[in-house]
Ligand binder design. Sequence first.
Ligand SMILES: [Zn+2]
Length: 310
Amino acid sequence: MSTIKKKKLRIKKKNFIILLFILFLFIFLTTKTVKMISHTIKNHKENKVVEKQKPQKRIEEKKVEEKTTIEDNKPSYYKEEYKERYEKYQNNHPELSEEQIIKNVNMQLDKTHYEDPIPAQYLNTEKVLVNKYYYLGSDYVPDNLETISVQYALSDMKLVHEAKEAFETLAKSAKRQNLNIVAMSTYRSYKYQVNLWNKYAKQDGEEKADTYSGRAGHSEHQTGLAVDVYNEKETYTNFEKTKEFDWMQEHAHEYGFILRFPKDKVAETGYQYESWHYRYVGIDAATYIKENNISFEEYYATVIENEKNS
Ligand SMILES: [Zn+2]
């Protein structure tokens, strides 16, 4: 071989090695780039998935927060022993605020009328609550029943002493304005109520009778603190249309009386609107109930029962 030929061969060998190196470098860089691109795409996709999950996660966190607040921000009238009932009621009424849930369960509204009734507390006081959840025994007769003066009542109308005094003062004040407020049904015994409800049930059916008449033991009239009134001209069911009613709307609380079954509280009281039925609760309670536009049931559940705890 000539030296020139040898040289040429060496150069060719050198070029080949360089070419091989470039080729190798190219392959290396290409795979690296492809890997990087695919990785970025993958990451981007995953990010999207994470983003999609995020709001849901936030909602879940919020739900947990909401669930804990019924415990955390509990009002003073929250009852530990009603915990399970609050939760059950909340599940059935997710639209209600926690405060309303606690109030409603405290008012026993999670129960059916007359199901599992509770013996009435605070007997012989103006705090006593008698309704379709709280009852008086068949032998309960209030202390200190007294007959209202016939100037302001039909004959033989009895109320508990404080209520009787307050009612006479009220009727006397109304009379000064030429208004005639007359008691036409007051204390009624358990036995009387048995016959009354049976009569109504026979007449209108049990379901209808329950909307306006208490079953025996569940009538507020047995407390001697409730009075039905009329003006001696209109029948008592038309009391709403009289001047006497307007006066009662404005002044009854000043004497310790409340309109017991208002139009907008039917769900709480369990009774249809009765413009003629008033209940003695004392001046402070009557004023509080009127100013806050609440039922006696709500007052009992949030104020009277709460006094026990404080
Ligand atoms: Zn009545």
